[in-house]
Write a protein that binds this ligand. Structure first.
Ligand SMILES: [Fe+2]
Length: 321
């Protein structure tokens, strides 16, 4: 029998995330981070110029987010542009070889360039035309429910800072390369945008930490770190993999255990976001994922509007086969 995640949960109960026990209601009302916090081991620690730049962009993007002003235009430095130009060719070649069709088609259509860092404001306007999604400036990593709360209103939070120059291949936190080259392209698809919006609506309808945790794990193993079956091949679907030159080959190597997607198992599986991912799930198809999200919403007992009712764009004919 399936577990009944939607009922009989104690709001003050403890849940385990990242191997640590936490109060479940911290998933419902997450803390608001008001300053730049670089975690231990971050390559930018000790670099005062980098920290200053991060503080500047943190304040600017946070203000624009809270005041709902849309992404600010940012003048990038030569060093920041250099990092983008360094990472682009390797990542682009890996995308051509290993990314899902859903991602590749959208990346081409979006017209991203390996020469200049894109302005998030311009990408947002393009997405708005294509799928009705827009981009929201994010000062840094936002807690899951804050993040998906924006998405529920068809706004995808995107950072506007870039990783530290000493490690162009690596970032311990989401940055512009993760967001613009991982998350943003597939938002061009109406169906993909509709799926994300649906998860956002579910996260906002949740009243218990256990429900949010289930949605967060589903998002992690699909939107962030999912693989997908395409014409007999396993392709890379998740933004966390797509934005990392080391994670793409690793995800498809023999060092990773690739499991068949079973939603009950996915939502019961803890993970460590600070390491390379040794366990990944393979989604049989995009349509399957959409179906499984609807099933999970029902199982969690979440009261959502009918699918497609939230926006005109989502109600149009499907654009992912
Ligand atoms: Fe992400």
């Amino acid at each position: 029998m399936r577990p009944t995640l939607g009922a009989d949960m104690n709001e003050t109960s403890r849940i385990v995330e990242y191997g640590v026990e936490i109060a479940s209601d911290s998933m419902i009302t997450p803390p608001d981070v008001t300053t730049v916090e670089l975690e231990p081991g971050h390559p930018g620690l000790g670099d005062q110029d980098y920290i200053e730049r991060r503080r500047e962009l943190f304040a600017l993007c946070r203000q624009h987010r809270l005041e709902r002003r849309g992404p600010p235009l940012v003048q990038y430095t030569d060093q920041e542009t250099h990092i983008w130009r360094q990472v682009w060719p390797t990542l682009d070649a890996l995308h051509v070889a290993y990314a899902s069709r859903i991602y590749l088609e959208a990346k081409r259509a979006l017209g991203l360039s390996g020469v200049e860092i894109p302005q998030v404001q311009h990408l947002s306007a393009r997405l708005q035309q294509e799928s009705g999604m827009h981009l929201v400036p994010a000062e840094g990593a936002l807690p899951y429910r804050t993040f998906y709360g924006e998405i529920a209103e068809r706004g995808f939070p995107v950072t506007q800072f870039i990783r530290h120059a000493s490690h162009p291949e690596f970032t311990p936190e989401p940055d512009m390369i993760h967001d613009c080259l991982g998350h943003v392209p597939p938002l061009m698809h109406r169906d993909y945008a509709a799926l994300l919006t649906r998860i956002g609506q579910a996260a906002m309808a949740a009243t218990r930490g256990e429900q949010v945790l289930a949605l967060k794990r589903l998002s992690w193993f699909s939107i962030e770190f999912g693989l997908i079956q395409e014409q007999g091949d396993v392709k890379v679907f998740g933004a966390g993999i797509l934005s990392s030159t080391s994670e793409i080959p690793f995800a498809l190597s023999d060092d990773v255990e690739r499991r068949r997607w079973v939603t009950d198992e996915v939502i019961a599986t803890d993970y460590d976001p600070s390491r390379m991912q040794a366990v990944l799930y393979v989604i049989p198809s995009f349509a399957f994922l959409r179906f499984e999200v609807e099933q999970l919403v029902q199982r969690l007992g979440l009261d959502l509007p009918p699918r497609g009712a939230a926006s005109g764009a989502a109600a149009q004919s499907p654009n992912i086969a």
